[in-house]
Structures are given as structure tokens and as C-alpha cells.
Design a protein around this ligand. Sequence first.
Ligand SMILES: NC(=O)C1=CN([C@@H]2O[C@H](COP(=O)(O)OP(=O)(O)OC[C@H]3O[C@@H](n4cnc5c(N)ncnc54)[C@H](O)[C@@H]3O)[C@@H](O)[C@H]2O)[C@H](O)CC1
Ligand SMILES: [K+]
Length: 418
Amino acid sequence: MTSLAASAAAAAAAEVTHLTQRDAAEIDEQLMGPLGFSVDQLMELAGLSVAAAVAEVYKLSEHTRVLIICGPGNNGGDGLVAARHLYHIGYRPSVCYPKRTPKPLYSGLVTQLESLSIPFIHAEDLPYDLSREFDIIIDAMFGFSFHGTPRPPFDDLIQRLVSLSVIGNSDKRPAIISVDIPSGWHVEEGDVNGGGIKPDMLVSLTAPKLCAKKFTGPHHFLGGRFVPPPILNKYGLKLPPYPGTSMCVRIGKAPSVDISSLRENYISPELLESQVMPDPFDQFLRWFDEAVTAALREPNAMALTTVNKEGKPSSRMVLLKGVDKQGFVWYTNYGSHKAHDLSENPNAALLFYWNEMNRQIIVTLNYDWVSTTLMHPVIFIHEGTCSLIPKPEYWGGYRLTPRFFEFWQGQQSRLHDR
Ligand SMILES: NC(=O)C1=CN([C@@H]2O[C@H](COP(=O)(O)OP(=O)(O)OC[C@H]3O[C@@H](n4cnc5c(N)ncnc54)[C@H](O)[C@@H]3O)[C@@H](O)[C@H]2O)[C@H](O)CC1
Ligand SMILES: [K+]
């Protein structure tokens, strides 16, 4: 998140309404009474929001194994729904559900999870060291109807999460995500004696409850994109807008990011020299077709670098307008900066960056082996010079014609050393 977006999120958090326990219960009753919702519906949306928030922050490649601890009420039901969605997203969930509620809604959710072969683990059979077995633990024990102090077996389960959260290095322990309320916290006062769970993420549902003001973890999200105007108006709720089609929205300040640590693990299928077509243009067209089929956004967008007569480079994005055996074509206004550069110096470079497919095509004179080896498999098409495709008007096309090509496996070259 950019610092601009982070400060917007922080400002949004400050303005969001926080609910009392009573208002939260009352809103629930109104939604499921006069406003026509069913509990199944709301729980489905709540659980989906939790799964969406988890997936937004905890990337599958590094956090696969998820334990969901479910309580006896609707908060537990949200956890069961989240387990199903996380499974379909690609995570490997396990569920601990010690006090099952014998109602069709809950038994149906359990049957759905069983049909996905999601393991149910008894509380007493949970591994001694949760850190070794799980990357994420979802606390869906208690929500806004919690009162007093937790009774067995949840007292022990909560204590296990408390001990996990005191381990200093968050990289070495599972991330703890609380659904709606960190279980054991007072719904309005928060962690009253300071000995409760300290979740890394809180997913508030409908609107945050008062205790959420005491949440100091790095990720606070809001879910439950179903609040209709009669509720917003009656309770004077200020809630942030949800972006696009998202089921959750960050309401806390995003943690500041160390740019140098931002690094994806690029896992791409192996690309061997024997698999590359002899003609680079055929190879390009095959990859281009695959990029179009994969519905990449603007696969025809390419970075064009030109160099003026003093040797000073400039880059910008342009659209590919055609490609054939003679080269890559784009259009420009003859008065443009790039046209001016090209009139002085025909050398240019092109780069197609198809991140979602872990692929790049570089049409260039020179390249930087060091940076590209960290990235994707790349096809280099070398030594391009540009020629004008004259048109009668003030705009026209340029064609970059490369001379030869080779390919580089990027990170894969280290995995498949030949
Ligand atoms: N409109 C919404 O925002 C929706 C929220 N959902 C989720 O529902 C919970 C609230 O659910 P509810 O069933 O009312 O209560 P809880 O899950 O918090 O727990 C009730 C459950 O727990 C038992 N209990 C209470 N105190 C204790 C204690 N000290 N020790 C042991 N057991 C305790 C009680 O007896 C009940 O059995 C909300 O937070 C959201 O997560 C809906 O899913 C969708 C709509
Ligand atoms: K909870």
C-alpha cells in the first residue's frame, strides 16, 4: 500500500463507527427480522469476508496450513464458512470445533467441510506445538455475545493462543486472526487485564465493536458487505466504502513496508531451450495468444525505451499495434518525444511484462543479467533498430526489427541447472 493509501485507510479508521454490544445484537435482530435476511445468508457473507481478508494479507505461497478454532455460536459458524472458502482458494484448513451446536445450519456446514475432507481435530488432540503445524490460526470462538470469562475447553484454547502471541518473532509463529472480537476480550472494554489474545489481524463484521479501538495489531479489516440504508441511517453508521467487488476493506492503518523486503517467490513452469520455438516471432505470437487467452489486462502494453543523440534514455508505455516477421509496430505522433529520439537515434528497446504468467519478452540491445535472473523466464530478442513506417499524416508507425534471440530461464535456471 502506498503511503497515500495508508493515510487514507488511517483516516477512514478514525471515522468508522464502533458499536456497543447491545447495538450489535440489536442490528443482528433487525437484519434477520424486518429486513428479511436469514442467518445462513449473513454467516455466508461474514465467513467469505474473513477468507477474503486472510487471502489479501497472508499469501498462499507462504501460509498454507490454517487451523480454525470454532466456538458454539454464530462466530463459530463464521469460522466454519471461512474454512470452506479458504479451502476453495487453495489453503489447507483444519477445524477444531469442540462444542458443536445441534442445529441444521451448523451440521450442514460441518457436512460441507467433511465432503471436502477437511480434518476436524479434537481440542485435546491438537499438536503440542501449534507453530510447527500451522501458518495461520483463526480464532472464531466468541463474537459479540460473549460475557464473563471463558469456560472450558475455550479457556485452555484461548490460553494457547495467548502463549503463541507472546513469542516475539512473528515470522516464527502462526499469524492469529480474530473474527469480529478477539475471543476472551470484553466486547466493549477490550483486553481488560492485558493477558488476552493479541491477534495479528482482526476482521470486524458489519461494523467494529467498541473493543476494536484497543486493537493494536497490524491488520484491521471490515467485512459483512450487506448493511442496508435503514440500518446505516437508524444507527448513524459511518462505514468505509468497499473497493470494487471486494468482500472486505482495510480500516486500520497499513503497516509500513520495507521496500527492500518486498519480494515475490516466482514459481514458474520450467522453460527449457528445447521447448522454445526456433523462430522468436512464432514464440512471441504463441505467448501473446496465451496472454490474451489468460485474459491479462492489456497484454499489448509494452515499455518502449528510446535514446536521444546525447545518449540519454527515456521510457514510457505504448501499445503494440502489430507484429510480423519484420518486427514490432507501434504508432506515435511525429512531434512526440519518442519520435524525436528515434529520428536522432534508431536504437530502442521494448519490454513486455506479463507478471501474472511469470513471463517477459525483452526486445533490446543490451540487458542486465543480474536483475533479470531474479525474475521470470525471459525471451530476449536482440539488437533492435527502428524504422519509420511513413504515413501521409502527422502521425505514423515505427517498426523495431530485432536481429537474433535467445532465452533465459530467470530464477528457474538455478532450480534446473543443466
Ligand atoms: N450481523 C452480524 O454482524 C453478523 C455476525 N455474525 C457473527 O455472529 C457473532 C455473534 O454470534 P452469537 O451467536 O450471538 O454469539 P457468539 O458467537 O459471540 O457466542 C455465543 C455463544 O458463546 C457462548 N458463551 C458466551 N459467553 C461464554 C463464556 N464466557 N464461556 C463459554 N461460552 C460462552 C454462549 O452460550 C453461546 O453459545 C458475531 O460476533 C459475528 O461473528 C453472523 O455470523 C452473521 C451476522
Ligand atoms: K472471535
